[in-house]
Write a protein that binds this ligand. Structure first.
Ligand code: SAM
Length: 459
Protein backbone atom coordinates (compact mmCIF):
# COMPACT_ATOMS: atom_id res chain seq x y z
CA UNK A 1 0.00 0.00 0.00
CA UNK A 2 1.21 3.51 -0.81
CA UNK A 3 1.90 6.25 1.72
CA UNK A 4 0.76 8.92 -0.74
CA UNK A 5 -2.60 10.15 0.57
CA UNK A 6 -5.59 10.88 -1.62
CA UNK A 7 -5.92 14.69 -2.03
CA UNK A 8 -8.59 16.12 0.30
CA UNK A 9 -10.38 17.92 -2.55
CA UNK A 10 -10.50 14.62 -4.43
CA UNK A 11 -12.04 12.89 -1.39
CA UNK A 12 -14.70 15.63 -1.22
CA UNK A 13 -15.42 15.30 -4.93
CA UNK A 14 -15.83 11.51 -4.68
CA UNK A 15 -18.01 11.77 -1.55
CA UNK A 16 -20.35 14.07 -3.44
CA UNK A 17 -20.43 11.62 -6.40
CA UNK A 18 -20.87 8.44 -4.31
CA UNK A 19 -22.19 9.50 -0.88
CA UNK A 20 -20.24 9.07 2.40
CA UNK A 21 -21.05 5.36 2.89
CA UNK A 22 -20.09 4.16 -0.59
CA UNK A 23 -17.06 6.45 -0.52
CA UNK A 24 -15.57 4.31 2.29
CA UNK A 25 -15.84 1.23 0.02
CA UNK A 26 -14.35 3.21 -2.86
CA UNK A 27 -11.38 4.26 -0.72
CA UNK A 28 -10.76 0.63 0.30
CA UNK A 29 -10.88 -0.34 -3.39
CA UNK A 30 -8.45 2.34 -4.42
CA UNK A 31 -5.97 1.33 -1.70
CA UNK A 32 -6.12 -2.40 -2.62
CA UNK A 33 -3.67 -4.21 -4.91
CA UNK A 34 -4.35 -3.79 -8.64
CA UNK A 35 -4.85 -7.02 -10.63
CA UNK A 36 -2.68 -7.79 -13.61
CA UNK A 37 -4.45 -8.65 -16.81
CA UNK A 38 -3.54 -9.31 -20.41
CA UNK A 39 -5.35 -9.42 -23.73
CA UNK A 40 -4.42 -12.13 -26.21
CA UNK A 41 -3.71 -11.58 -29.87
CA UNK A 42 -6.33 -13.80 -31.54
CA UNK A 43 -4.22 -13.86 -34.74
CA UNK A 44 -1.14 -15.34 -33.11
CA UNK A 45 -0.51 -18.65 -31.37
CA UNK A 46 -1.79 -18.59 -27.81
CA UNK A 47 0.20 -18.92 -24.59
CA UNK A 48 -0.24 -21.06 -21.52
CA UNK A 49 -3.02 -19.54 -19.41
CA UNK A 50 -3.09 -21.97 -16.48
CA UNK A 51 -4.52 -20.38 -13.33
CA UNK A 52 -5.71 -17.31 -15.19
CA UNK A 53 -9.33 -16.16 -15.04
CA UNK A 54 -11.32 -14.89 -18.03
CA UNK A 55 -12.40 -11.22 -17.92
CA UNK A 56 -16.17 -11.47 -18.31
CA UNK A 57 -16.70 -8.62 -20.82
CA UNK A 58 -13.86 -9.64 -23.10
CA UNK A 59 -13.24 -12.78 -25.18
CA UNK A 60 -9.51 -12.23 -25.23
CA UNK A 61 -8.82 -10.82 -21.77
CA UNK A 62 -7.50 -12.73 -18.72
CA UNK A 63 -6.58 -11.89 -15.13
CA UNK A 64 -3.23 -13.45 -14.22
CA UNK A 65 -2.64 -15.04 -10.79
CA UNK A 66 0.36 -12.73 -10.28
CA UNK A 67 2.43 -10.24 -12.20
CA UNK A 68 5.26 -12.07 -14.00
CA UNK A 69 8.26 -10.35 -15.58
CA UNK A 70 6.84 -9.59 -19.02
CA UNK A 71 10.22 -8.32 -20.18
CA UNK A 72 11.68 -11.79 -19.67
CA UNK A 73 8.91 -13.52 -21.62
CA UNK A 74 9.85 -13.80 -25.33
CA UNK A 75 6.22 -14.46 -26.30
CA UNK A 76 5.35 -10.96 -25.00
CA UNK A 77 7.91 -9.47 -27.43
CA UNK A 78 6.43 -11.65 -30.18
CA UNK A 79 3.12 -9.77 -29.82
CA UNK A 80 1.06 -12.72 -28.59
CA UNK A 81 -0.51 -10.59 -25.85
CA UNK A 82 -0.73 -7.02 -24.59
CA UNK A 83 -0.63 -6.13 -20.90
CA UNK A 84 -3.79 -4.11 -20.34
CA UNK A 85 -5.96 -3.36 -17.34
CA UNK A 86 -9.37 -5.02 -17.49
CA UNK A 87 -11.80 -2.07 -17.58
CA UNK A 88 -10.65 -0.77 -20.96
CA UNK A 89 -11.30 -4.19 -22.52
CA UNK A 90 -14.99 -3.26 -22.28
CA UNK A 91 -14.47 -1.74 -25.74
CA UNK A 92 -14.44 -5.31 -27.08
CA UNK A 93 -17.92 -5.83 -25.62
CA UNK A 94 -19.12 -2.53 -27.15
CA UNK A 95 -17.87 -3.47 -30.62
CA UNK A 96 -19.36 -6.94 -30.50
CA UNK A 97 -22.68 -6.04 -28.89
CA UNK A 98 -23.25 -3.22 -31.41
CA UNK A 99 -21.86 -5.28 -34.32
CA UNK A 100 -19.92 -2.20 -35.38
CA UNK A 101 -19.23 -2.34 -39.10
CA UNK A 102 -15.62 -3.25 -39.87
CA UNK A 103 -14.60 -0.43 -42.16
CA UNK A 104 -12.13 2.32 -41.33
CA UNK A 105 -11.58 3.25 -37.68
CA UNK A 106 -9.63 6.08 -36.06
CA UNK A 107 -7.99 5.90 -32.63
CA UNK A 108 -7.22 9.58 -32.15
CA UNK A 109 -5.13 9.50 -28.95
CA UNK A 110 -3.58 6.10 -29.36
CA UNK A 111 -0.18 5.76 -27.64
CA UNK A 112 1.06 3.41 -26.30
CA UNK A 113 -1.46 1.36 -28.30
CA UNK A 114 -3.57 -0.69 -25.87
CA UNK A 115 -6.85 0.24 -27.48
CA UNK A 116 -5.37 0.37 -30.99
CA UNK A 117 -4.25 -3.25 -30.82
CA UNK A 118 -7.70 -4.18 -29.48
CA UNK A 119 -9.36 -2.40 -32.44
CA UNK A 120 -6.87 -4.00 -34.83
CA UNK A 121 -7.83 -7.48 -33.54
CA UNK A 122 -11.52 -6.73 -33.98
CA UNK A 123 -11.00 -5.48 -37.55
CA UNK A 124 -8.71 -8.34 -38.60
CA UNK A 125 -8.70 -8.65 -42.40
CA UNK A 126 -11.96 -6.76 -42.81
CA UNK A 127 -10.99 -3.27 -41.71
CA UNK A 128 -8.28 -0.67 -41.35
CA UNK A 129 -7.27 1.47 -38.38
CA UNK A 130 -5.62 4.87 -38.22
CA UNK A 131 -3.78 4.97 -34.89
CA UNK A 132 -2.78 8.57 -34.18
CA UNK A 133 -0.62 10.08 -31.47
CA UNK A 134 0.20 13.78 -31.25
CA UNK A 135 3.41 13.44 -29.19
CA UNK A 136 6.25 12.27 -31.42
CA UNK A 137 8.14 10.15 -28.90
CA UNK A 138 4.92 8.41 -27.93
CA UNK A 139 4.09 7.84 -31.61
CA UNK A 140 7.31 5.76 -31.79
CA UNK A 141 6.14 3.49 -28.96
CA UNK A 142 2.77 3.22 -30.66
CA UNK A 143 4.49 2.22 -33.91
CA UNK A 144 6.52 -0.45 -32.11
CA UNK A 145 3.43 -1.95 -30.44
CA UNK A 146 1.45 -1.94 -33.69
CA UNK A 147 4.32 -3.65 -35.53
CA UNK A 148 4.57 -6.33 -32.82
CA UNK A 149 0.81 -6.91 -32.91
CA UNK A 150 1.47 -7.73 -36.54
CA UNK A 151 -1.90 -7.70 -38.29
CA UNK A 152 -0.87 -5.19 -40.95
CA UNK A 153 -4.19 -3.32 -40.76
CA UNK A 154 -2.91 -0.16 -39.02
CA UNK A 155 -1.57 3.18 -40.21
CA UNK A 156 0.29 5.08 -37.47
CA UNK A 157 0.20 8.87 -37.73
CA UNK A 158 1.65 11.68 -35.65
CA UNK A 159 -0.82 14.55 -35.92
CA UNK A 160 -2.69 17.16 -34.00
CA UNK A 161 -6.47 16.48 -33.90
CA UNK A 162 -7.13 19.52 -36.12
CA UNK A 163 -5.16 17.96 -38.99
CA UNK A 164 -7.99 15.46 -39.37
CA UNK A 165 -10.53 18.10 -40.36
CA UNK A 166 -10.27 17.35 -44.13
CA UNK A 167 -11.23 13.75 -43.29
CA UNK A 168 -14.68 14.62 -41.95
CA UNK A 169 -17.27 11.91 -42.46
CA UNK A 170 -14.67 9.26 -43.31
CA UNK A 171 -14.66 6.96 -40.30
CA UNK A 172 -16.97 4.12 -39.26
CA UNK A 173 -15.72 4.54 -35.72
CA UNK A 174 -13.68 7.18 -33.92
CA UNK A 175 -12.26 6.41 -30.49
CA UNK A 176 -11.16 9.37 -28.38
CA UNK A 177 -9.41 8.01 -25.32
CA UNK A 178 -8.75 11.48 -24.05
CA UNK A 179 -5.79 12.79 -22.06
CA UNK A 180 -7.35 13.35 -18.63
CA UNK A 181 -6.67 14.02 -14.94
CA UNK A 182 -6.10 10.28 -14.40
CA UNK A 183 -8.05 9.73 -11.15
CA UNK A 184 -8.64 6.14 -12.22
CA UNK A 185 -4.89 5.51 -12.10
CA UNK A 186 -4.53 6.48 -8.41
CA UNK A 187 -4.34 2.78 -7.43
CA UNK A 188 -1.95 1.52 -10.08
CA UNK A 189 0.18 4.66 -10.11
CA UNK A 190 -0.01 6.41 -6.70
CA UNK A 191 2.36 9.12 -7.98
CA UNK A 192 -0.59 10.36 -10.11
CA UNK A 193 -2.22 11.51 -6.83
CA UNK A 194 0.45 14.19 -6.44
CA UNK A 195 -0.29 15.67 -9.88
CA UNK A 196 -4.04 15.98 -9.30
CA UNK A 197 -5.78 19.29 -8.51
CA UNK A 198 -9.16 20.88 -9.26
CA UNK A 199 -7.31 23.31 -11.57
CA UNK A 200 -5.86 20.38 -13.48
CA UNK A 201 -9.37 19.00 -14.03
CA UNK A 202 -10.42 22.36 -15.51
CA UNK A 203 -7.40 22.33 -17.77
CA UNK A 204 -8.08 18.76 -18.92
CA UNK A 205 -11.76 19.52 -19.56
CA UNK A 206 -10.85 22.54 -21.70
CA UNK A 207 -8.39 20.41 -23.70
CA UNK A 208 -10.96 17.62 -24.13
CA UNK A 209 -13.48 20.15 -25.47
CA UNK A 210 -10.93 21.43 -27.97
CA UNK A 211 -10.22 17.88 -29.14
CA UNK A 212 -13.90 16.97 -29.44
CA UNK A 213 -14.71 20.22 -31.19
CA UNK A 214 -12.24 19.32 -33.95
CA UNK A 215 -13.11 15.64 -34.23
CA UNK A 216 -16.84 15.32 -33.55
CA UNK A 217 -17.62 15.45 -37.29
CA UNK A 218 -15.10 12.79 -38.38
CA UNK A 219 -17.63 9.98 -37.96
CA UNK A 220 -19.67 9.03 -41.02
CA UNK A 221 -23.47 8.73 -41.04
CA UNK A 222 -24.41 5.58 -39.13
CA UNK A 223 -20.94 5.37 -37.53
CA UNK A 224 -19.89 5.48 -33.86
CA UNK A 225 -17.94 7.78 -31.61
CA UNK A 226 -16.52 6.32 -28.42
CA UNK A 227 -15.23 8.75 -25.81
CA UNK A 228 -13.35 7.46 -22.78
CA UNK A 229 -11.21 8.68 -19.89
CA UNK A 230 -9.51 7.06 -16.93
CA UNK A 231 -11.02 9.57 -14.54
CA UNK A 232 -14.18 9.76 -12.38
CA UNK A 233 -15.20 13.41 -12.24
CA UNK A 234 -18.25 14.60 -14.15
CA UNK A 235 -16.55 17.61 -15.70
CA UNK A 236 -14.36 15.40 -17.91
CA UNK A 237 -17.07 12.80 -18.53
CA UNK A 238 -20.78 13.68 -18.45
CA UNK A 239 -20.01 17.30 -19.39
CA UNK A 240 -18.21 16.10 -22.53
CA UNK A 241 -21.25 14.04 -23.53
CA UNK A 242 -23.34 17.21 -23.19
CA UNK A 243 -20.83 19.20 -25.22
CA UNK A 244 -20.61 16.60 -28.00
CA UNK A 245 -24.32 16.04 -28.34
CA UNK A 246 -25.06 19.75 -28.36
CA UNK A 247 -22.40 20.54 -30.98
CA UNK A 248 -22.93 17.54 -33.28
CA UNK A 249 -25.81 15.27 -34.27
CA UNK A 250 -25.49 12.09 -32.19
CA UNK A 251 -27.91 9.46 -30.92
CA UNK A 252 -27.54 7.65 -27.61
CA UNK A 253 -26.30 4.07 -27.51
CA UNK A 254 -27.14 1.88 -24.53
CA UNK A 255 -24.78 -1.03 -23.98
CA UNK A 256 -26.20 -4.30 -22.58
CA UNK A 257 -24.66 -5.06 -19.16
CA UNK A 258 -24.60 -8.19 -17.03
CA UNK A 259 -25.36 -7.03 -13.44
CA UNK A 260 -22.62 -9.33 -12.11
CA UNK A 261 -20.03 -7.15 -13.88
CA UNK A 262 -20.87 -4.27 -11.51
CA UNK A 263 -20.28 -1.62 -14.14
CA UNK A 264 -22.24 1.50 -13.20
CA UNK A 265 -24.44 3.07 -15.86
CA UNK A 266 -24.85 6.82 -15.63
CA UNK A 267 -27.81 8.50 -17.33
CA UNK A 268 -26.87 11.88 -18.74
CA UNK A 269 -29.61 14.41 -19.41
CA UNK A 270 -28.75 16.73 -22.29
CA UNK A 271 -30.61 19.25 -24.44
CA UNK A 272 -31.03 16.44 -26.96
CA UNK A 273 -32.35 13.73 -24.67
CA UNK A 274 -30.85 11.10 -22.39
CA UNK A 275 -27.42 9.59 -23.07
CA UNK A 276 -25.42 6.87 -21.28
CA UNK A 277 -22.02 6.65 -19.69
CA UNK A 278 -20.37 3.63 -18.02
CA UNK A 279 -18.14 3.91 -14.95
CA UNK A 280 -15.73 1.35 -13.61
CA UNK A 281 -15.05 1.83 -9.88
CA UNK A 282 -12.18 0.03 -8.14
CA UNK A 283 -14.40 -1.13 -5.24
CA UNK A 284 -16.76 -2.85 -7.69
CA UNK A 285 -14.66 -3.99 -10.63
CA UNK A 286 -11.26 -5.67 -10.78
CA UNK A 287 -9.96 -3.11 -13.24
CA UNK A 288 -8.79 0.47 -12.93
CA UNK A 289 -11.08 3.51 -12.86
CA UNK A 290 -12.56 4.17 -16.28
CA UNK A 291 -15.41 6.03 -17.97
CA UNK A 292 -16.76 5.34 -21.44
CA UNK A 293 -19.65 6.47 -23.59
CA UNK A 294 -20.82 5.43 -27.04
CA UNK A 295 -22.65 7.74 -29.46
CA UNK A 296 -24.07 7.00 -32.87
CA UNK A 297 -24.15 9.37 -35.81
CA UNK A 298 -27.69 9.29 -37.23
CA UNK A 299 -28.05 7.55 -40.59
CA UNK A 300 -29.39 10.74 -42.12
CA UNK A 301 -26.42 12.90 -41.05
CA UNK A 302 -25.49 15.19 -43.90
CA UNK A 303 -23.01 13.22 -46.00
CA UNK A 304 -19.96 15.21 -46.90
CA UNK A 305 -18.72 14.68 -50.42
CA UNK A 306 -15.35 12.97 -50.02
CA UNK A 307 -12.62 15.22 -51.38
CA UNK A 308 -11.42 13.81 -54.70
CA UNK A 309 -7.91 12.42 -54.73
CA UNK A 310 -6.35 13.43 -58.04
CA UNK A 311 -2.71 12.51 -58.33
CA UNK A 312 -0.85 10.73 -55.60
CA UNK A 313 1.19 13.51 -54.06
CA UNK A 314 3.05 12.24 -51.02
CA UNK A 315 6.63 13.43 -51.46
CA UNK A 316 8.32 10.17 -50.42
CA UNK A 317 5.78 7.39 -50.97
CA UNK A 318 6.10 5.66 -54.31
CA UNK A 319 3.12 3.64 -55.40
CA UNK A 320 3.78 0.23 -56.97
CA UNK A 321 1.60 -0.65 -59.98
CA UNK A 322 -0.94 -3.45 -59.73
CA UNK A 323 0.99 -5.80 -62.08
CA UNK A 324 4.14 -5.56 -59.97
CA UNK A 325 2.04 -5.89 -56.80
CA UNK A 326 0.61 -9.16 -58.09
CA UNK A 327 4.10 -10.41 -58.90
CA UNK A 328 5.31 -9.53 -55.42
CA UNK A 329 2.34 -11.31 -53.83
CA UNK A 330 3.00 -14.48 -55.82
CA UNK A 331 6.79 -14.33 -55.28
CA UNK A 332 6.24 -14.09 -51.51
CA UNK A 333 3.34 -16.56 -51.30
CA UNK A 334 0.97 -13.90 -49.99
CA UNK A 335 -2.73 -13.89 -50.88
CA UNK A 336 -3.16 -11.94 -54.14
CA UNK A 337 -4.71 -9.02 -52.27
CA UNK A 338 -1.74 -6.71 -51.75
CA UNK A 339 -1.22 -3.08 -52.64
CA UNK A 340 2.41 -1.99 -52.36
CA UNK A 341 4.30 1.22 -51.77
CA UNK A 342 7.95 2.10 -51.48
CA UNK A 343 9.20 4.51 -48.84
CA UNK A 344 12.95 5.13 -48.63
CA UNK A 345 13.45 2.00 -50.76
CA UNK A 346 11.61 -0.16 -48.26
CA UNK A 347 8.52 -2.00 -49.46
CA UNK A 348 5.24 -1.68 -47.54
CA UNK A 349 2.20 -3.88 -48.12
CA UNK A 350 -1.44 -3.25 -47.25
CA UNK A 351 -4.63 -5.03 -48.27
CA UNK A 352 -5.71 -3.52 -51.59
CA UNK A 353 -9.14 -2.70 -50.11
CA UNK A 354 -7.49 0.12 -48.13
CA UNK A 355 -5.40 1.59 -50.90
CA UNK A 356 -7.74 4.53 -51.61
CA UNK A 357 -7.77 5.36 -47.93
CA UNK A 358 -3.97 5.25 -47.65
CA UNK A 359 -3.68 7.46 -50.74
CA UNK A 360 -6.03 9.98 -49.18
CA UNK A 361 -4.62 9.79 -45.65
CA UNK A 362 -1.09 10.27 -46.92
CA UNK A 363 -2.08 13.66 -48.31
CA UNK A 364 -3.13 14.96 -44.91
CA UNK A 365 -1.28 13.07 -42.22
CA UNK A 366 2.26 12.64 -41.06
CA UNK A 367 2.56 8.88 -41.54
CA UNK A 368 4.95 7.00 -39.26
CA UNK A 369 4.09 3.48 -40.38
CA UNK A 370 1.44 1.53 -42.27
CA UNK A 371 0.54 -2.03 -43.23
CA UNK A 372 3.58 -4.29 -43.03
CA UNK A 373 7.07 -3.10 -43.85
CA UNK A 374 8.64 -5.99 -45.75
CA UNK A 375 12.11 -4.57 -46.17
CA UNK A 376 14.39 -3.84 -49.11
CA UNK A 377 14.94 -5.80 -52.29
CA UNK A 378 18.39 -6.08 -53.81
CA UNK A 379 18.10 -7.95 -57.09
CA UNK A 380 16.50 -11.25 -56.11
CA UNK A 381 17.51 -10.98 -52.47
CA UNK A 382 15.23 -9.59 -49.78
CA UNK A 383 16.68 -7.73 -46.81
CA UNK A 384 13.71 -8.44 -44.59
CA UNK A 385 12.43 -5.92 -42.07
CA UNK A 386 11.83 -6.87 -38.39
CA UNK A 387 8.18 -5.90 -38.99
CA UNK A 388 7.79 -8.68 -41.55
CA UNK A 389 9.08 -11.23 -39.03
CA UNK A 390 6.53 -10.06 -36.46
CA UNK A 391 3.65 -9.83 -38.91
CA UNK A 392 1.19 -12.61 -39.60
CA UNK A 393 2.22 -12.65 -43.28
CA UNK A 394 3.99 -15.84 -44.43
CA UNK A 395 7.80 -15.92 -44.56
CA UNK A 396 8.23 -19.05 -46.70
CA UNK A 397 11.31 -17.76 -48.48
CA UNK A 398 13.40 -18.03 -45.34
CA UNK A 399 14.93 -20.72 -43.19
CA UNK A 400 13.52 -20.86 -39.65
CA UNK A 401 15.07 -21.88 -36.35
CA UNK A 402 13.53 -22.43 -32.93
CA UNK A 403 15.40 -20.84 -30.02
CA UNK A 404 15.42 -21.91 -26.40
CA UNK A 405 14.21 -19.30 -23.91
CA UNK A 406 17.80 -18.29 -23.04
CA UNK A 407 18.73 -17.97 -26.71
CA UNK A 408 15.55 -15.97 -27.38
CA UNK A 409 16.42 -13.57 -24.55
CA UNK A 410 19.94 -13.19 -25.94
CA UNK A 411 18.43 -12.39 -29.32
CA UNK A 412 16.10 -9.79 -27.74
CA UNK A 413 19.07 -8.24 -25.89
CA UNK A 414 20.69 -7.97 -29.32
CA UNK A 415 23.59 -10.09 -28.02
CA UNK A 416 25.40 -12.76 -30.01
CA UNK A 417 23.44 -15.99 -30.08
CA UNK A 418 25.19 -19.33 -29.96
CA UNK A 419 23.77 -21.81 -32.48
CA UNK A 420 25.52 -24.52 -34.46
CA UNK A 421 24.74 -26.10 -37.88
CA UNK A 422 22.87 -23.09 -39.21
CA UNK A 423 22.25 -22.64 -42.91
CA UNK A 424 23.83 -19.57 -44.53
CA UNK A 425 21.83 -16.38 -45.14
CA UNK A 426 18.76 -14.82 -43.55
CA UNK A 427 17.09 -16.92 -40.85
CA UNK A 428 13.80 -16.28 -39.09
CA UNK A 429 14.26 -16.88 -35.35
CA UNK A 430 11.31 -18.16 -33.33
CA UNK A 431 10.48 -18.96 -29.75
CA UNK A 432 7.87 -21.71 -29.39
CA UNK A 433 7.08 -21.19 -33.10
CA UNK A 434 6.47 -17.46 -32.56
CA UNK A 435 8.63 -15.33 -34.87
CA UNK A 436 10.82 -12.76 -33.09
CA UNK A 437 13.05 -11.39 -35.84
CA UNK A 438 16.00 -12.09 -38.12
CA UNK A 439 19.58 -13.19 -37.93
CA UNK A 440 21.99 -13.55 -40.84
CA UNK A 441 24.55 -16.31 -40.89
CA UNK A 442 27.61 -15.11 -42.80
CA UNK A 443 29.54 -18.35 -42.19
CA UNK A 444 32.20 -16.88 -39.91
CA UNK A 445 29.71 -14.88 -37.85
CA UNK A 446 26.02 -14.49 -37.12
CA UNK A 447 24.54 -10.98 -37.25
CA UNK A 448 21.57 -10.15 -35.03
CA UNK A 449 19.05 -7.84 -36.74
CA UNK A 450 16.80 -7.13 -33.76
CA UNK A 451 16.15 -3.35 -33.74
CA UNK A 452 18.53 -1.58 -31.36
CA UNK A 453 15.77 0.65 -30.00
CA UNK A 454 13.63 -2.37 -29.01
CA UNK A 455 16.33 -4.40 -27.28
CA UNK A 456 15.79 -5.42 -23.67
CA UNK A 457 18.36 -3.89 -21.34
CA UNK A 458 20.02 -4.58 -17.98
CA UNK A 459 18.37 -7.94 -17.37
N1 SAM B 1 -5.44 5.05 -25.97
C1 SAM B 1 -4.16 4.80 -25.35
C2 SAM B 1 -4.04 3.35 -24.98
O1 SAM B 1 -5.06 2.67 -24.79
O2 SAM B 1 -2.91 2.83 -24.93
C3 SAM B 1 -3.94 5.72 -24.15
C4 SAM B 1 -4.14 7.17 -24.51
S1 SAM B 1 -3.83 8.30 -23.22
C5 SAM B 1 -5.17 8.13 -22.19
C6 SAM B 1 -4.11 9.81 -24.00
C7 SAM B 1 -3.17 10.19 -25.12
O3 SAM B 1 -3.52 11.48 -25.61
C8 SAM B 1 -1.71 10.25 -24.74
O4 SAM B 1 -0.96 9.39 -25.53
C9 SAM B 1 -1.33 11.71 -25.00
O5 SAM B 1 -0.03 11.86 -25.50
C10 SAM B 1 -2.35 12.15 -26.02
N2 SAM B 1 -2.59 13.62 -26.02
C11 SAM B 1 -2.10 14.54 -25.17
N3 SAM B 1 -2.53 15.76 -25.53
C12 SAM B 1 -3.31 15.60 -26.61
C13 SAM B 1 -4.02 16.50 -27.44
N4 SAM B 1 -4.04 17.81 -27.22
N5 SAM B 1 -4.68 15.98 -28.49
C14 SAM B 1 -4.69 14.66 -28.73
N6 SAM B 1 -4.04 13.75 -27.97
C15 SAM B 1 -3.35 14.23 -26.92
Amino acid sequence: MTSIKLPIAFQTQMKSLLGEVVYKEFEKGIESEPRTSIRLNPWKKSINLDDSVAIPWSENGYFLPQRPSFTLDPSFHAGTYYVQEASSLFIEHILKSQRVEKGIFLDLAAAPGGKSTLLSSYLGEDGFLVANEVIQARAQILRENCIKWGLGNILVSNNDPEHFEPLEGLFDLVLIDAPCSGEGMFRKDPQARTEWSPDHIQLCAARQKRILDRTGALVKAGGYLIYSTCTFNELENEEMIRFLTEEFAYEPVRIPLDPSWKIVESKVKTENGEFYGYRFFPHLVEGEGFFITVLKRPDDTHRLEPKKVKDFKHPFLKEIGSKEAEQLDSELNFPLTGAYYQLNESYFRIHQNWKNHVDKLSQHLSIKYFGVELGKKQGKEWIPSPAWALSILPKYKFETIQLTKDQALDFLRKSDIQCSDLPKGWILVCFQSLPLGWIKNLGNRINNYYPKEWRIRNL
